[in-house]
Ligand binder design. Sequence first.
Ligand code: HDE
Length: 731
Amino acid sequence: MAKQSNQKFQSKKMASQAINPDLTRLSPSPSDDNRSDQMAGLVGVLPSESLTSETGTIISDNQNQLKAGVRGPTLLEDHHYREKIGHFDHERIPERVVHARGAAAHGVFQLYKPMGDYTKAGFLQDSAIETPVFVRFSTVQGSRGSADTARDIRGFAVRFYTQEDNFDLVGNNIPVFPIQDSIKFPDLIHAAKPEAHNEIPQASTAHDTFWDFISLMPESTHAIMWIMSDRGIPRSYADMEGFGVHTFRFVNEEGTSSFVKFHWKPVAGVHSLVWDEAQKLGGKDPDFHRRQLWESINQGTYPEYELGVQIVANEEEFDFEFDLLDSTKLIPESLVPVQIIGKMTLNRNPDNYFAETEQVAFHLGNIVPGIDFTNDPLLQGRLFSYIDTQLNRFGSANYNELPINQPIANVNNNNRDGFMRQRIVKGRVNYEPNSLGGGCPMQKMMQEGGFTTYPEPVEGTKVRERSPTFADHFSQAALFWRSQVDWEKDHIVNAFLFELGKVEIIGIRERMVSNLTQVDAVLAQRVADGLGMPLPTPPVGYKDVPYTAEPEMDEKLSMANNLNESIKGRKIAILAANMVDGAALELACTTLESEGASVKIIAPISGDISSITGKLIGVDHSLPTVSSTQFDAVFIPGGMESVKTLCLNSFAVLFVKEAYKHGKPIGAADDGVLLIEKAERTSGAPNDTFSDIGILTVTKDEVDANFMDQFVGIVAMHRFNERPDLEAISV
Ligand code: HDE
């Protein structure tokens, strides 16, 4: 049989070859400007293909050290070798003390509506302006080489390169933090990181020291509820919300200030993994989130997030049951709606991981006129830490001269010298006031565009004390719990059972469950039952703690209410083998891809498979190399021979079983149903355990556009975690 070319696969390959990062760029980043300035005059002087030393000598032998004779000792004189190895020996800088593991992307921010009524920040005035951004996502606890899918908070740090300065909105994917005062940060992180004596476990909070600390810090309960929910294991960076966490201030031209909370709402909706899947991905593909970000940008499926603000007038500061300065609290959207003011699109991958993702140095103090800090003690403490940590990471005060950190705003000051200084500032004047430099650079009055600190009156006795308005640690944790749908509550209980189940000291478990009694009686009872222990007594002193059960619910706190109808960016697996029904397969591919999903054909071995009509179809992955955990949905086309082969392949059967257990949509045409039946029979669960929630099957004659639209519909729902008896299925 003549080998026919496969259109689908060919066009895919061509598309990926055609992608040139420089062509996909919408707006140049500051790093590009800088690089091209530096390169001007050099390009063309050397043949670019020549290997050179650091200072430009062309290297003639990069294979052998300089030796005294072919079998003789190496000579100290070998300057090329010493330069090369010496440079290599110094390649690493200290990893970030937290948020070490990260992935980043360039993009643009487009304002929807001018915000001049609230803020004079230049980049929030004119909806015609696009502001370049660089975003770094991260996990908190793990080292640089740890797995992406650990249960953790995700960092969501956004740098806006504005005309007035870089504005760094260094946020997280959950809206609250586990501590109220940043003096507790080293304790929190020490407790969360691997234990001090044996450096175990990596990137996991499921150990004694973490829960020892948390159980003694009731203020962490609200954040812990978020981390134990599926928000702690996002599906991808494109599917998670971002939050500035603290309350900031907006200040307008008239000097009027209001309070503001920043939100990023993913256009793709909010979606998560499930825990079994997250753990397996840690082994199958530890780079899962990083890879997805990279691939989706390369394919042109750009992650998008709308910027939202909750604005509270200055005079409404005390209208809430909680303190706006307390970062363990959020402002329920049912009380203050989020106004959407713009959109960020991530459209370009970094060119160099180290130069950009690793060397980006975020700092809360990178702020622009029109945005200001509040007295949140967590925020205030962070203002010191970020500069300090960058000095340690870079060993120099000049890290803002690195291309990724350079602002597009003019930099003109009397700071000088230091390790690795890049800029050559001319002239002899490096002090102020001066007359020799004509008084330059001169400070500007606030009215002339200088940074405005809101002149908030402050008076007080010097104290080391927590405000009594920060004392309510449980009301919002309870609000979060009440706002979850049933399957979300089940996942939270299971997360507590996993984490506390790994805790060896029983007293720690008791103390934690005791705190949970203040969140919800049913939650505490379910966790106690699951751990096989009696319900502990409530924590001492809890009766004196203020508490409110208002509001009863906030629907935005549930992921089930933050879905998106589109399947753009979803990854769909098509399971097939030789003699597959090629027509059904092709229809599935074209329909799903036209809706923006990425489709992969998975077969027992790589190469090509043949359809019933003899058409050759390129295989994207062989079954042993992938797992259903890397996909959002599965489709099994008919073709009796193909399905028989799959039914005899343990990887294929496991693929469907796992997809079912993880709540994923499954579609099957004609004989493809047999693979679902085989998966069910071997699931170890009683017969008829597989419910048809999220499963769509059809006979051969009915495989048409209408069926495919229905399949797109269930893929859009992402998960069916409400399937009954999922625990009974063994995978
Ligand atoms: Fe950070 N945090 N943090 N943090 N943080 C750092 O700075 C710190 C906090 C956040 O992708 C460090 O450059 C203190 C809240 C992100 O490069 C360090 C406190 C929020 C990133 C630091 C906090 C964050 C960091 C380590 C007070 C969300 C990664 C490396 C309790 C609003 C940025 C670095 C990136 C990184 C200190 C709390 C977010 C040590 C003292 C709250 C996203 O400076």
